[in-house]
Structures are given as structure tokens and as C-alpha cells.
Design a protein around this ligand. Structure first.
Ligand code: ATP
Ligand code: MG
Length: 367
């Protein structure tokens, strides 16, 4: 896969930009606040339909403008596909593939795959469980765009059930009468999300373990496990639903008291261990960074295995955060077949060989 060009119009601090990419390695260099991350964010938006930084499309549209446009030409499996997204504040997006408007955003996903690795991702091990759930979701919706809908259905069921639990006008009897319906809805929406997350980790774990071995010199072993609230020994849909229903019964009183749903994938955790010791609480900063690097490289490898083409790698500000050994490991793992866009404030971070094989673009005030 190769990202040939990117066009921006009134996106963040870009009024108008047209970027051609010719070499597999592109370095975006510029001072702080010039638009380096904004450019990567636009690419990520086309690949995943979401931004990890913005809560609303309003934030992505240039200040004072009503709409923004992000477009790209992607070469994949021998074909060139034009992707386009129009953002309007408070309104639905318009998405086009090859000039044709698609009914839903999901139908425009799956053409561009990318792995983003920014300095914020260094929190993947140390951060709250939500960080790790978001990471899984970001991979899943690229592997299977319909996952976007599965996740949205679950979130809706969760909100509706929470509203019921919080309704002060509902008598305990009326609540008891209505809950089974919403339990059912929640459980049916939760199951496909959880089964996909489980399967994803099963596939990522051996790859992450191998990358970790090669970065750390094989002195330690890294284990990644899905840690939902229920046992996943029986992973068929029926068993998962049954286990969730049982857990709901157990938590009924507590849920009533807290006024919120306590069972579902919104409580999932990803358990990360070094030599069987939890990395989040006990890992050193260096060990945690090595884990993040191993997880990201595993993500890249998995996307390549599943889609048959290496995804695009977006490295935002991350090199400066890694020591020389880890920088080497990362840059060494990126071979010619992985198109890479990397941002930096200083070119001195790159060795001369890397610099020579890369196209360097200077970004200044959105140009
Ligand atoms: P750093 O090296 O500090 O990470 P950067 O080059 O990655 O810098 P960006 O995050 O891309 O910087 O942001 C560049 C600028 O875009 C910021 O000054 C920010 O204020 C501006 N900006 C963000 N959103 C909008 C918007 N909706 N409209 C106009 N400008 C925006
Ligand atoms: Mg930045």
C-alpha cells in the first residue's frame, strides 16, 4: 500500500495543502505548532474514521470555517483509490470513494490502513484501561470496518440501560420489570465486541512476544492477555452471553446502588506482564517503552498479515522519546515495504543513511 497524495482544505491550521509522496520514507520537519501532527491526524482520519485527539469534527475544521475537506490517493493491490471526506460542524460527514458518495462512513473504510505511533502512545502500558481498549478498537475497526457499528450499538445499549438505572421516577418494581429487556440488549451488543477483542489479542500476543524478545535481547518474556470480567474458556457467542447474564445477576444490587451498568466490554482490561509481573504497576519506564514498541510492531505485522499489504506507519514525535537502541530497533524494523511518515523538530535524530533515503518536507504555519 502506498499513500500517493494528501489534500487538505480548511483542516486544522491548513487553509489549502497538496502533498505528493514519492519515497517510502517521508520526514516532516518543523518547529512546534506548525502542523506536523495535524497532517498525520488527517491521514489517520481517512484510515479509521476517527481522530484520537478531537472529540468533535468542529475541532478539525479550521477556525472560522464551516467545513473541511481531507482527500488522499492510495495505491493498493495494484489499483489507485481516491478517498475523500468532508467535515461539517455539527452535521454528518460526506465520504466518497473513487468520487462516489457512500451511504455510511463505514463503507469508506478499509482502503487505507495505518499504524500510528505517537509520544502519547507511550502511555499504552502505564495509562488507564481505557487507553488499551481504544488501542484494540482502533485496530479492529481497520481490520473489519463493521466493527465501528458493533461498537456504536454497544455504546447505545449501554447509555440506554444506564439511563434506566438512573431514572429517579422509576419504582424498584417497574425497574425489575423493564431490566430483563435491556439486559438482553446489552448482552447481545457486548458479545461480538468482546469476542473480537479476544480474538485480536490471541493473534497479537505471539507477535508482541517475539518483537519484545528481539528488542530486549530475550532476557525477559512478555505476556499479553485479554482480561474481560468473564472467563473466555468457552468463546462461542452463546457461552459468552450466558456468562454475561450470570454476572449481571450478581451485580444487580450494586448496579442499582451505583446507577450504572457494571458489566460489559467497557470494563475490559488488557493484562500486560513481564516475567509474569504486571508491567503497569511494576515495570520500569524503559521496560514499559519496550513493551509499547513491541505492541506497535505487532500491530503493524498483524495488519500486514491480514490485509496482505504493509500498512502505512505514522510516527509522531516518538523518536525523541526512545533511546538509541530502541530507535535502531524501530527504524530497523521498518523496511522499504513499509511506507513511513515521521515527524520531528530536529533532523539530527536520524542517521545519515536514513536521511539520504527519505524525502524531507518542511512544515511551516500550515504550509
Ligand atoms: P509539535 O511539534 O508541538 O507537536 P505540530 O507541528 O505537531 O507541533 P500541530 O499539533 O500539528 O503542531 O498543530 C499546529 C497548530 O494548529 C497549532 O498551533 C494549533 O493551534 C493549530 N490548530 C489546531 N486546530 C486548529 C483549528 N481547528 N483551526 C486552526 N488552527 C488549529
Ligand atoms: Mg505534534
Amino acid at each position: 500500500m502506498f499513500l500517493r497524495s494528501v489534500q487538505l482544505r480548511d483542516f486544522r491550521n491548513y487553509a489549502e495543502a497538496d502533498l505528493e509522496l514519492t519515497s517510502p520514507k517521508t520526514i516532516l520537519v518543523g518547529d512546534n505548532a506548525q502542523g506536523k501532527s495535524n497532517l498525520l491526524e488527517a491521514v489517520q482520519l481517512l484510515a479509521t474514521g476517527r481522530s484520537t485527539r478531537a472529540l468533535r469534527d468542529r475541532e478539525l475544521i479550521a477556525q472560522g470555517k464551516e467545513q473541511a475537506r481531507v482527500a488522499a490517493a492510495v495505491e493498493r493491490l495494484g489499483d489507485t483509490v481516491e478517498l475523500e471526506m468532508i467535515l461539517r460542524a455539527g452535521k454528518r460527514r460526506t465520504v466518497r470513494v473513487g468520487g462516489e458518495t457512500r451511504r455510511t462512513q463505514v463503507e469508506a473504510l478499509g482502503y487505507l490502513h495505518c499504524v500510528s505511533f505517537s509520544s502519547l502512545d507511550l502511555d499504552l502500558v502505564r495509562g488507564a484501561p481505557e487507553t488499551r481498549r481504544d488501542w484494540l478498537d482502533g485496530i479492529l475497526l481497520q481490520l473489519e470496518p463493521v466493527y465501528t457499528n458493533l461498537l456504536a450499538q454497544f455504546v447505545q445499549a449501554l447509555h440506554q440501560r444506564n439511563a434506566l438505572l438512573r431514572n429517579p421516577e422509576l419504582s424498584p418494581e417497574a425497574l425489575a420489570e423493564q431490566l430483563p429487556f435491556w439486559d438482553d440488549l446489552l448482552v447481545r451488543a457486548a458479545t461480538p465486541v468482546m469476542r473480537r477483542r479476544h480474538r485480536l489479542i490471541e493473534r497479537l500476543a505471539p507477535l508482541a512476544r517475539r518483537w519484545h524478545g528481539s528488542i530486549s535481547g530475550g532476557r525477559e518474556t512478555f505476556a499479553v492477555r485479554y482480561q474481560p470480567q468473564i472467563s473466555f474458556e468457552q468463546e462461542d457467542a452463546q457461552s459468552v452471553q450466558q456468562a454475561l447474564q450470570e454476572l449481571l445477576k450478581e451485580k444487580r444490587t450494586l448496579e442499582g446502588r451505583r446507577g450504572t451498568s457494571l458489566v460489559g466490554p467497557h470494563r475490559d482490561e488488557v493484562d500486560l506482564r513481564i516475567d509474569e509481573i504486571p508491567a503497569r504497576q511494576f515495570g520500569s519506564q524503559g521496560q514499559q517503552r519496550t513493551l509499547v514498541l513491541a505492541l506497535k510492531l505487532a500491530e503493524l505485522e498483524l495488519l500486514e498479515q491480514v490485509t496482505g499489504e504493509a500498512p502505512l506507519l505514522l510516527l509522531d514525535d516518538v523518536l525523541a522519546e526512545l533511546d538509541l537502541h530502541r530507535q535502531d530497533q524501530l527504524l530497523g524494523a521498518i523496511q522499504e515495504r513499509v511506507q513511513t511518515i515521521v515527524t520531528t523538530t530536529h533532523l539530527s535524530l536520524f542517521d545519515s543513511q536514513w536521511l539520504q533515503s527519505a524525502t524531507v518536507l518542511t512544515i511551516e504555519r500550515g504550509r
